[in-house]
Design a protein around this ligand. Structure first.
Ligand code: HEM
Length: 108
């Protein structure tokens, strides 16, 4: 069953564009991760400062394997202030865990 792991990143007032720029230059290492089913970077459009990195995985094991992998480290080479992306862009981030309880699709 697909699991959804969301990184909720809170950025400073003017930090959103920088976050989007960094994701625009992302490593793309996650794209090859076993069990990776996709991700979206969601930009708030109601004035709040929290952006959502919504990732989908085949199962929890696949997510945990990615987080523990060199691909995660490579994909986050700029996070935390080291490397060419300094300074850190996030004020705060937290991991949210979801699964689809009910879904609906438009009639074909
Ligand atoms: C300490 C917490 C974290 C922060 C501050 C953070 C921030 C970022 C930033 C700024 C990037 C853009 C690339 C870069 O600048 O190097 C990135 C990449 C990414 N982050 Fe995070 N992240 C964190 C943890 C997580 C977690 C827990 C997830 C999963 C839910 C996640 C999912 C992703 C994905 C999918 C990418 C693209 C990686 C790639 O292209 O290979 N991040 N993150």
């Amino acid at each position: 069953m697909t699991v959804i792991r969301i990184n909720a990143i809170t950025v400073p007032e003017q930090g959103g564009d920088e976050l989007a720029r960094r994701f625009g230059e992302r490593a793309g290492a996650v794209d090859h991760a076993e069990g990776f089913e996709g991700f979206e970077l969601l930009r708030p459009t109601d004035g709040r400062g929290t952006w959502l990195v919504v990732t989908r995985w085949r199962d929890e094991e696949a997510f945990q394997a990615w987080v523990a992998s060199p691909a995660f480290a490579h994909g986050h080479r700029g996070v935390g202030g080291e490397g060419e992306h300094s300074p850190p862009v996030a004020l705060h981030s937290e991991l949210w865990s979801y699964e689809v309880a009910i879904e609906a699709r438009p009639e074909a």
